[in-house]
Design a protein around this ligand. Structure first.
Ligand code: GDP
Ligand code: MG
Length: 389
């Protein structure tokens, strides 16, 4: 039985994993029972979170220090391609080792056995069976029955993967005049706040004035985390009390941004699961409130996905887009996974463009997503991209 047949014939043999709840960094919140319960409206929200949170431990753990997670920033200046290459190191190392192993004996006959082995290697990168199969079909139609060298096959794979990842250029959509508002959403720990810092750094470096809105009023330490970034980056920040209405913080942030003539206002939101109806409604409310203040805003709603959670990100993306119309994806932590191929599955299965990649924890560790450069970086150890710096 071929490798693919195992997927085709026994889908029930690999049941979908239960959706993991991404770790909430230094979240105390409802599980420890230490959350301040505020007015009626917040009580409802808390109840919603409690309903989906893990049951409280018998004896609550001692409260961990609510230190915000803001990584130290080593000074670095890396070019565009260098960042993608560094971010994809884990993926590249494993993928390229596997492919090199396939060609231990120089030329290889492209037969079913070979194609099965190649398919297995691609699936290991988390690009999804359908995408991997399409790439294999390309190799089959080009080389079947012939003895080929690694460069032939890699060239063919690169061409197909670039095609699968293709999307129109995706710069941030700026307002024609006045303040551009960017709203950021995603599950807990996906990398929202860090991505906001990275975006702010990018815009500030372009000479733009940035105001941040600390709309995650839920997680202990979240406001402080963004405040530290704001101070470090030289951006103004608008905050609210822990537990206060995030829509009101968003409104005040956008109001302030307009008042001071900021080019961009980036609004953070608390992490939530796509299954939490009330919280998804809260996102819609934030969206509406922003739009009332600045017609046409938010100009971008960026969904931050954690690349290390693999294909689970795909169902997140679908549900988030249903609740709030997202305009693009920021795929964070691509540097933390050997399964960077997940981006192919995302592009194939989610009707949203990938705008940025998070390639590390510092504010410089973000790059625009460029499909061609991404694919070149994936196979860099085998065939260095011409002229890459
Ligand atoms: P949020 O809950 O969605 O706001 O997530 P955070 O921005 O607080 O990030 C959660 C953790 O992921 C923090 O420890 C970040 O430093 C880390 N993180 C965020 N983006 C990246 C990334 O692109 N690469 C790596 N390696 N870590 C990241
Ligand atoms: Mg956050």
């Amino acid at each position: 039985m071929g490798f693919l047949d195992r997927f085709k014939k026994k889908p029930e043999a690999t049941p979908p994993q239960p959706e993991p709840t991404p770790p909430a960094p230094d979240a105390q919140g409802p599980t420890t029972g230490t959350v301040r319960i505020g007015p009626k409206e917040q009580t409802v929200l808390m109840a919603d979170r409690l309903a989906t949170a893990a049951p409280p431990a018998k004896s609550p753990p001692p409260p961990a220090p609510a230190e915000p997670e803001v990584a130290d920033e080593p000074p670095k200046k890396a070019g565009f391609f260098a960042k993608i290459r560094a971010g994809l190191k884990k993926t590249t190392r494993i993928l390229n080792t596997d492919i090199r192993d396939l060609f231990k004996s120089e030329g290889r006959l492209v037969d079913d056995a070979f194609l099965d082995e190649l398919l297995e290697i691609l699936i290991k990168t988390d690009m999804g069976v359908a995408s991997a199969q399409q790439a294999i079909d390309e190799v089959r139609s080009e080389f079947r029955g012939r003895v080929v060298h690694m460069e032939d096959v890699v060239g063919s794979l690169k061409r197909k993967l670039k095609e699968l990842l293709k999307q129109p250029e995706q710069p941030i959509r700026f307002a024609d005049t006045g303040t551009t508002v960017v709203m950021v959403a995603g599950v807990n720990g996906a990398g929202k706040t860090t991505s906001i810092a990275k975006l702010a750094r990018t815009f500030i470096a372009q000479g733009k004035k940035v105001v941040l809105g600390a709309g995650d009023t839920f997680r202990a330490g979240a406001v402080k985390q963004l405040t530290i970034w704001a101070e470090r980056l030289g951006a103004e920040i608008v905050t609210g009390e822990e537990g206060s209405d995030p829509a009101s913080v968003a409104h005040r942030a956008v109001t302030r941004a307009v008042e001071v003539g900021a080019d961009i206002c980036i609004v953070d939101t608390a992490g939530r699961l796509q299954t939490q109806q009330n919280l998804m409604k809260e996102l819609t409310k934030i969206h509406t409130v922003i739009g009332k203040k600045v017609p046409g805003a938010p100009h971008e709603v960026l969904l931050v996905l954690d690349a290390t959670t693999g294909q689970n990100g795909i169902s997140q993306a679908k549900s988030f887009s249903e609740a709030v119309k997202c305009s693009g994806i920021v795929l964070a932590k691509i540097d933390g996974t050997a399964k960077g191929g997940v981006i192919v599955a995302i592009r194939q299965q989610v009707g949203l463009p990938v705008k940025y990649l998070g390639v590390g924890e510092s504010a410089d560790d973000m790059t625009l997503f460029n499909p061609d450069q991404f694919v070149e970086a994936m196979f860099e150890d085998l065939m260095p991209a011409a002229g890459a710096t």
